[in-house]
Design a protein around this ligand. Structure first.
Ligand SMILES: [Zn+2]
Length: 325
C-alpha cells in the first residue's frame, strides 16, 4: 500500500494530511511554526509532522511515495525552489533538496519520496476541482481574499502556471498608478486596497483617528476584527467608504479576468470573502454586471467548500502525478 502526503505551510502553522493511494484522507496533524521559519526549521518541522502522522497510523514513512507542499510564494517551474516567499522571508531556497536531506538523515530513508512545491492557490483550486466546490468543472477562475489576494486558473482541466510559474497573481494587478504600497514591493496593486492586512490597516487608522464608540468594538487585543468591521459597513459611513473603494477595485479586476478567461465557474474563498458577508455581497454585486455579457451568461459563482483540506489534497495529488508520469 502506498500513501501520499499534502502539506500546507504558512507563516503561522504547518499542517499535514496523510492520504491513501486513492486520496482518501487518513489523518492530519498541525504544528505551530511562527518564529521558527528558517528553511531548516521548517524542513525539520515537516519531517516531524510526517513521521508523527505516519507512526500514529501504523504507516511506514517510506510507504509515502509522493509529498506535495503548498506554500504562498513564487516557485520555480520544476517545483523545487522557492524564489520568494514573503511570509516566510525566504529567497532562492532549494527547499525540496533540504527537506529530502532531513528525511535521509533523520529517518535513514535511502530514497526519499518524490517531493514537489506547489503554489498554495494552485493547490487549493486543484483540491476543490478533485472533490470540492468546483468538482469536475474544467474552466475555473479562483479568487481568494484573505490576508492578501491570490488567484489561480484552471483551463480545460489544466492548471495554468505561466512561463515562470507565476500565472494567477491577480492580487498584484494594478488599479492605481503610483497608488498604495503593496507587500510585494510594488504599488497600486488591488491587494493594497482590498487585501485583509490592508483593510485592517485602514480600519485601524480610523479607530486611532476618531473617538468613536461604534469603532472601538472592532478593535481587539490582537488587532482589528474584520468580521466586526464588516457588520458595521452598512451603518458606519467611513467603514462603508473603505468597503466601497475596496470592492470597486476588486470587482473591476475580477470581472476583467473573467471576461478575459471566460471560466465556467468563479471560485471564491479566503478569510475575508468567507467571513465578511457584506464585503462578499458587495464584491459579487459589482463584479457580475462588469463581466462581458457573453462570458457572464453561464457563469456560476461557487464558494470554496473544503477549507484547509483543499490545499493539502491538491498538493498531494499534484505531487503524485509526478510519480506516475
Ligand atoms: Zn502587489
Amino acid at each position: 500500500m502506498t500513501y501520499r502526503a499534502g502539506f500546507d505551510v504558512g507563516g503561522t502553522n504547518a499542517r499535514v494530511q496523510l492520504f491513501d493511494a486513492t486520496l482518501k484522507g487518513v489523518d492530519r496533524r498541525r504544528r505551530r511554526v511562527r518564529g521558527a521559519t528558517s528553511p531548516d526549521d521548517i524542513a525539520q518541522s515537516l519531517t516531524q509532522l510526517l513521521v508523527e502522522v505516519c507512526d500514529d497510523n501504523g504507516v511506514a514513512v517510506d510507504a509515502v511515495d509522493a509529498v506535495g507542499i503548498g506554500l504562498a510564494g513564487q516557485l520555480s517551474t520544476d517545483g523545487h525552489t522557492v524564489h520568494n516567499a514573503p511570509n516566510l522571508g525566504w529567497r532562492d531556497v532549494d527547499f525540496v533538496e533540504r527537506f529530502a536531506d532531513h528525511l535521509r538523515k533523520e529517518q535513514h530513508l535511502k530514497s526519499p519520496p518524490s517531493i514537489r512545491l506547489v503554489n498554495d492557490l494552485n493547490a487549493q483550486l486543484w483540491g476543490e476541482y478533485l472533490g470540492g466546490a468546483v468538482e469536475a468543472v474544467d474552466d475555473v477562475l479562483a479568487v481568494y481574499v484573505g490576508t492578501g489576494i491570490g488567484g489561480a486558473i484552471l483551463a480545460d482541466g489544466h492548471l495554468v502556471t505561466g512561463a515562470d510559474a507565476n500565472a494567477g497573481e491577480i492580487g498584484h494587478s494594478k488599479v492605481v498608478i503610483g497608488g498604495r504600497p503593496c507587500g510585494c514591493g510594488e504599488s497600486g496593486c488591488v491587494e493594497a486596497y482590498a487585501g485583509g492586512i490592508h483593510l485592517e490597516r485602514r480600519v485601524a487608522e480610523l479607530v486611532d483617528a476618531a473617538d468613536d464608540e461604534a469603532l472601538a468594538a472592532v478593535s481587539t487585543e490582537s488587532g482589528v476584527d474584520l468580521g466586526a468591521a464588516d457588520a458595521l459597513a452598512d451603518s458606519h459611513d467611513q467603514i462603508g467608504q473603505i468597503w466601497e473603494e475596496a470592492t470597486d477595485y476588486l470587482a473591476i479586476i475580477v470581472a476583467n479576468a473573467a471576461t478575459l478567461l471566460n471560466p465556467a465557474a468563479l471560485l471564491i474563498g479566503g478569510g475575508v470573502l468567507d467571513n465578511c458577508e457584506t464585503f462578499r455581497a458587495m464584491t459579487l454585486q459589482k463584479t457580475i454586471p462588469l463581466i462581458l455579457e457573453v462570458a457572464r451568461r453561464n457563469l456560476v459563482v461557487e464558494q470554496a467548500s473544503l477549507g484547509d483540506v483543499a490545499g493539502m489534497l491538491g498538493a498531494a495529488d499534484l505531487a503524485a502525478m509526478e510519480v506516475t508520469r
